[in-house]
Design a protein. Sequence first.
Length: 133
Amino acid sequence: MADRTPEVQKAVVAALKANAGVTALVGSRVYDRPPQDVTYPYLRIGDALVAPFDGDELRGSEIVMPIHCWVAGPRPVEARLLAKAVVAALHWSSLSLDAGAAVFVRWSSTRDQPDPDDVRRQAIVDLEILTDG
């Protein structure tokens, strides 16, 4: 069983950039490391948690991948709207990987998190992704 996180992240970024609801809000601003002079709003792929998954007919990995939805300003509603677009783009979706497939993509939670400077805000969408192989 291999860690498929790099492939999954590539597929998640591609799916977000191909989704009209997401691009209407952030354009192509989906990053793993945003530039220093980043334009808001944007999405950042967070650090994934990976664990083995062994089922009756499937052996693979379970990946929990956070998507950080950053907006300018302290009001949470814009961050929540962006999080809603991310969930709509990825919940129960199928992702094509370089070798194999993401068998299961599920939205597991969303949480709001204000920034200490009260100048920006984020919502964090956690995805659970099962892969084969």
